[in-house]
Ligand binder design. Structure first.
Ligand code: HEC
Ligand code: HEC
Length: 252
């Protein structure tokens, strides 16, 4: 299931069930046809633009922030320079690179801003030797468009669903760690891990290795020690970090 900020999801939230199913069927056919023509490299833009172009009863309820076709096309052009690491469709090429597909657009845009130094010469709020210079080269419009594009892509989860096999991770996800005052991850990242836009990112299907690296960065104060994640991560053991990251990686 795509993230809630996906244009299709935004449109389908209202409207009758039957109309939704009919639209979904029509959309799937459009996408299949477009994929045959364009190949999979264009998959997410095609998905998103087909969703936007398809007429339907929910048309009038489209969010004012829903990306337009031109924005997504520009985002896809920019994404070529991200593809070596994040994949052209946001499904990253290796576990050290986060999957961006289906992530909330507002979250992606915010992180791209955090990768930039606030003033020339000052360190970025989110230090990364790789992403800092890349983010610096993107204008505000670029950041918005490339974020909208990756958000429109369909996520291929890193792992098959594993919930039943990972009881320790599942417990932390759903109930937190009582003795350590760690809140349930589900409270902010959603029971299904898809996050709550615009503030809380999706973790579902993300590479476990990447999630572990970020929990360590929060714990060590390397990444955003203002938000809740620093406190949360610093109360967890290495083993607990791994368990919950593996569990989130298997959420779909
Ligand atoms: C050479 C590899 C590489 C390229 C090219 C690259 N990235 Fe990244 N990106 C990374 C790595 C590594 C991270 C994780 C950084 C960290 O540890 O904080 C990352 C993180 C991100 C994040 C944060 C994701 C999250 O879940 O918090 C965003 C957003 C992002 N990249 C967008 C982009 C965009 C947009 C482009 C192209 C304009 C791009 N990246 C190009 C390697 C790359
Ligand atoms: C009170 C709300 C809250 C709770 C509870 C919470 N998080 Fe978060 N989490 C956030 C916010 C907000 C961010 C965005 C990070 C930022 O603003 O720097 C985030 C970001 C993250 C990220 C980085 C995602 C990325 O794409 O880079 C990971 C990993 C993460 N959280 C894991 C967890 C885990 C595991 C738990 C449970 C043990 C948890 N979070 C509980 C609010 C929360």
């Amino acid at each position: 299931m795509p993230h809630a900020s996906h244009p299709r999801a935004q449109r389908s939230r209202s409207g009758a069930q039957g109309a939704r199913q009919a639209r979904r069927g029509a959309l799937a056919a459009t996408v299949r046809a477009a994929r045959r023509v364009l190949g999979c490299g264009g998959a997410c833009w095609v998905l998103a633009s087909a969703a936007l172009a398809a007429p339907g009863p929910a048309e009038a309820t489209l969010s004012a922030q829903a990306p337009g076709a031109a924005q997504l096309r520009h985002g896809q052009e920019l994404a070529r320079s991200c593809a070596a690491c994040h994949g052209i469709d946001g499904n990253a090429t290796g576990p050290q690179f986060p999957k961006l597909a289906g992530q909330g657009a507002a979250y992606l845009e915010r992180e791209l801003e955090r990768f930039r130094p606030t003033r020339p010469g000052a360190p970025a709020a989110r230090p990364s030797p790789v992403m800092n210079p890349i983010a610096q080269g993107l204008s505000e419009q670029d950041r918005r468009d490339v974020a909208a594009y990756f958000a429109s892509c369909a996520l291929r989860p890193a792992l098959a669903p594993l919930a039943a096999e990972l009881p320790a991770g599942a417990r932390i996800w759903r109930g937190g760690i009582v003795g350590r005052r760690v809140p349930a991850c589900a409270a902010c990242h959603g029971a299904d891990g898809h996050g709550i836009p615009p503030l809380y990112p999706s973790l579902a299907g993300q590479w476990s290795e990447y999630l572990v690296s970020q929990l360590r960065a929060f714990r060590d104060g390397i990444r955003n020690d203002q938000g809740p994640m620093h406190e949360i991560a610093s109360r967890m053991t290495e083993a607990q970090i791994r368990e919950v990251a593996d569990f989130a990686s298997g959420l779909h």
